[in-house]
Ligand binder design. Structure first.
Ligand code: NCD
Length: 306
């Protein structure tokens, strides 16, 4: 595997390997402090980001490596009309690995086909976000001990929420997973996700507009932000943005060990009054994301740490 464009580029065994490495990094950080000495990561972010870019950069620094960064489309030659292919070839002359975020679906794939170094998809339009899934998967693993037989509720913008698409793909390889899709009519999970992923893998799923309907059944509740930047008009966004707001009263019937996840940034979807609930895991996801990105950098750079 040269690039990580889609979470399914990783086999289940490879994903297990990343989890194992991330857990070892958590237990023995000193062992990894110089692992990527002399290596350079280029972060090419053509869309806003706080967590993903900084966690890739922190990950590389914690491995002893260096970082080169383009943090907006306007500050790079993309603004002059350079193609993704040419940018990828150029950056291959400076760095050892690329993490790319782009508003166009498929852009990191094109970069991966043209770069001579590994390319990681750090989010492409409303399509995929495999490294957020790595953060989510490590969080589920650490909090729930595994993946089989979980009932997972996804709530909010299931149409444009790329983290939802990637996590459902990742979960499709485990057994007994039930998926509850909670969204307004207009923001339902795309048909291709239902047909090609849920139905094809025989995954049981239900759709509802009511956040409370299946609350008592959930092992994981994955909240998402309405993706304002993917809307064609502001009116629709304003109408839908506060469709779901998780407050303490809404989780009264939830299991005591249900975990509440969110890829962040949150806008209004989770009240800050939930933050002190032991079930709230969204800041744990942030930290887990850094460890999984460290594990991923080691894998793609083919660095072995003994
Ligand atoms: C997500 C994204 O960029 O898709 N953020 C992130 O990387 N943690 C979720 C979002 O922006 O809503």
């Amino acid at each position: 595997m040269k690039n990580l464009i889609d979470i399914l580029d990783l086999s289940v065994e490879e994903l297990d390997g990343l989890i194992e490495t991330a857990c070892d990094i958590i237990d023995n950080p000193g062992k990894y402090a110089h692992a990527c000495e002399g290596k350079k990561l280029a972060t090419l972010f053509f869309e806003p980001s706080t967590r993903t870019r900084l966690s890739f950069e922190a990950a590389m620094y914690e491995l002893g490596g260096h970082v080169l960064s383009v943090s907006s489309a306007g500050s790079s030659s993309a603004a002059k009309g350079e193609s993704i292919a040419d940018t990828a070839r150029t950056v291959s002359c400076y760095a050892d690995i690329i993490a790319m975020r782009h508003p166009k679906e498929g852009a990191p794939y094109v970069a991966g086909n043209n770069a001579t170094i590994p390319v990681i998809n750090a989010g492409d339009g409303g399509h995929n976000h495999p490294t957020q899934t790595l953060a989510d998967i490590l969080t589920i693993y650490r909090e729930k001990g595994g993946f089989d037989n979980l009932t997972v509720g996804f709530c909010g913008d299931l149409k444009f929420g790329r983290t939802v698409h990637s996590l459902i793909n990742a979960l499709s390889r485990y057994s007994g997973i039930k998926v509850v899709l909670i969204s307004p009519e207009e923001l339902r999970l795309p048909e291709y996700m239902k047909k090609d992923v849920l139905e094809k893998n025989g995954m049981e799923y239900m759709e509802t507009e009511d956040l409370l309907e299946y609350m008592a059944d959930l092992d994981v509740l994955y909240m998402t932000r309405v993706q304002r930047e993917r809307f064609f008009n502001e009116e629709d966004y304003m109408r839908l943005k506060d469709s779901y707001i998780l407050e303490p009263s809404k989780i009264e019937k939830a299991k005591e060990d249900m975990i509440i996840m969110h890829p962040l940034p949150r806008v209004n979807e989770i009240s800050i009054r939930i933050d002190d609930d032991p079930r709230a895991c969204y800041f744990k996801q942030v930290l887990n994301g850094k460890y999984m990105r460290m594990a991923l950098l080691l894998k793609l750079l083919e660095v072995n740490v003994q």
